[in-house]
Write a protein that binds this ligand. Structure first.
Ligand code: PEP
Ligand code: MG
Length: 535
């Protein structure tokens, strides 16, 4: 039985199925015969021990995961939470029950806090580990350190991916899409994965499967000889057909990017620095953070994006509050209406970092959808002394307004993750709508082509910085459409560069024509792939 899904990565892998299921049993309410005093110290010890274990497990994870986990542990270690557990301990409940009850009350208190709500699932996950420790229950089988395991799950949270060690060789998820947390982490860790694979949870525990990301499928009882071969590009030019840059979220990423062939940075996601920050950073703190990143970043132009908080990227100090439809709410550059002070201080800090390092920097605004917003941003940049000003193309409205942007912007960068979300009216984090985020969707590619036409008419360069550009074949398609630069996670930069050193303008243009002609994502990918097979 073959499972179809969406592949992440270009290498196939064989391993044994390790199904991760969330155990709810440990959360059941239980009374205890211990005194409240005894149970209070059990709770304190359980929290401290579990927190220490999780910190050591995540010590070598990526910086974003470490920050997210730290923010979660800080909430669980908060004496106020333990204080809230006290009445339940005094009522005779055991430590785990009191902890869950306290967490429920805490969640109620934080009711409107979007940031807290997005973390409740992970907090309960950690509370479940604390409970398992107290009750001596092995919380489901934990991933064995030995062997070669393919982790199979509905979807994975940061807590779960942070536990991956060297025995994890691949991932299959029933839900999620190519822009889900799972896909982004797998790409960063170079772990082959197939997401949105319907029927994955029916795979037998311990059975052998082939994860074939290039073929967008999972095959039971198969070996590597049955894997779909990724196109092996043989570079013949010293430089890629178009510029390849790196996407970064902070200093560690900037260092990683410098070890690749990236020519500069196509997207510095500044909000990543602040995902766990409770108080607003001062201009001085921001200047020093941006300066460090600029110094460490690879040679070439660096494009910094002003804060893109909200929706799937909660930033605690902005206190964004609850929204019915956060992806359609106050996020991206719209934050300027609510937190204009922060955007202004960010631009000042970026200008200071440019002065301190002498680097060639462009600054762009995320998720704009009107000419007024672009005018406002351009004026703020001018006031801060920033010369190279751009915007992200992430909304359908701004595509049609591009002809009106003459003289306002120096470059544009297409964020295909959000552009798909808004073109298809499909939440990019929705576990069941992953197919709409497939970057081969002709509905997306034809809009990218439209953006290029508008950018050429304006005489400004256009890049692509969404996850789509991490796919070498799509990077070729973008080059063929007339895009001047692509950027991807540091782990994907070299394979994208290699592909773009192997093709000429003529072949890229043929690939683009085939992709635009297709009417489904599957046909677009298959026809472009067949163009390079046997080369
Ligand atoms: C995008 O939307 O494609 C993008 C690059 O921005 P982010 O993924 O950070 O929203
Ligand atoms: Mg975006």
């Amino acid at each position: 039985m073959e499972l179809k899904g969406i592949g992440v990565g270009s290498k196939a892998v064989v391993g044994d199925v390790f199904r991760l299921e969330t155990s709810e049993a440990v959360a059941e309410h239980q009374k205890t015969s211990h005194t409240p005093g005894e149970e209070t110290s059990v709770l304190a010890t359980a929290i401290a021990t579990t927190a220490a274990t999780i910190r050591s497990e995540t010590a070598s994870s990526d910086p974003t995961t470490i920050e997210i986990m730290d923010a979660l542990l800080i909430i669980l270690e908060d004496p106020e939470l333990q204080q809230m557990a006290k009445p339940h301990l005094e009522a005779g409940f055991d430590a785990p029950t009191a902890l869950f009850k306290a967490l429920d009350e805490f969640a109620e208190l934080m009711g409107d806090d979007e940031d807290f709500k997005s973390r409740v699932g992970d907090l309960r996950g950690i509370a479940t580990r604390i409970s398992s420790w107290v009750r001596g229950i092995a919380q489901g089988p934990s991933i064995p350190q030995e062997g070669r395991w393919i982790i199979v799950a509905d979807d994975l949270t940061p807590l779960e991916t942070s536990q991956f060690g060297p025995s994890v060789v691949g991932v299959v998820t029933e839900l999620g899409g190519p822009t889900s947390h799972t896909a982004i982490i797998c790409r960063a860790l170079s772990l082959p994965a197939v997401v949105s694979a319907k029927g994955a949870m029916a795979l037998e525990q311990g059975s052998s499967v082939l994860v074939d990301p290039v073929g967008n499928r999972v095959l039971p009882d198969s070996d590597l000889s049955q894997a779909t071969q990724s196109i092996s590009f043989i570079p013949h030019a010293d430089t890629p057909l178009i510029t390849v840059r790196a996407n970064i979220g902070g200093l560690e990423d900037a260092k990683k990017a410098s070890a690749t062939s990236a020519r500069g940075v196509g997207l510095f996601r500044t909000e990543v620095l602040y995902l766990a920050q409770a108080s607003e950073p001062s201009i001085e703190q921001q200047t020093s953070a941006y300066t460090e990143v600029l110094k460490a970043a690879p040679a070439g132009k660096i494009i910094i994006r002003t804060i893109d908080a909200g929706s799937d990227k909660p930033v605690p100090f902005l206190k964004l509050g609850n929204e019915e439809n956060p992806a359609l709410g106050v996020r991206g550059f719209r934050l300027n209406t609510k937190h204009g002070g922060f955007v202004i201080s960010q631009l000042k800090a970026i200008a200071a970092a440019i002065n301190a390092t002498g680097r060639d920097v462009g600054v762009m605004a995320p998720m704009v959808s009107s000419v007024e917003e672009v005018r406002t941003f351009a004026a703020l940049c001018a006031e801060a002394g920033i010369q190279s000003v751009g915007i992200m193309i992430e909304t359908p409205a701004i595509i049609s307004l591009m002809p009106d942007l003459a003289g306002l912007v120096n470059f544009v960068s297409i964020g295909t993750n959000d552009l798909s979300q808004y073109l298809f009216a499909a939440d990019r984090m929705h576990p069941e709508l992953g197919g709409f985020s497939n970057p081969w969707q002709p509905g997306l590619l034809r809009n990218v082509s439209q953006v290029v036409t508008h950018a050429k008419a304006l005489g400004i360069p256009v890049g692509v910085c969404g996850e789509s550009a991490a796919n070498p074949l799509l990077a070729i398609v973008f080059a063929g459409l007339g895009v001047e630069s692509v950027s991807a996670a540091p782990s994907a930069v070299d394979s994208v560069s290699e592909a773009l050193r192997a093709v000429g303008a003529q072949k890229a243009s043929e690939a683009a024509t085939l992709a635009l002609r297709a009417s489904t994502a599957e046909d677009a990918e298959a026809s472009v792939r067949s163009l390079f097979e046997g080369d």
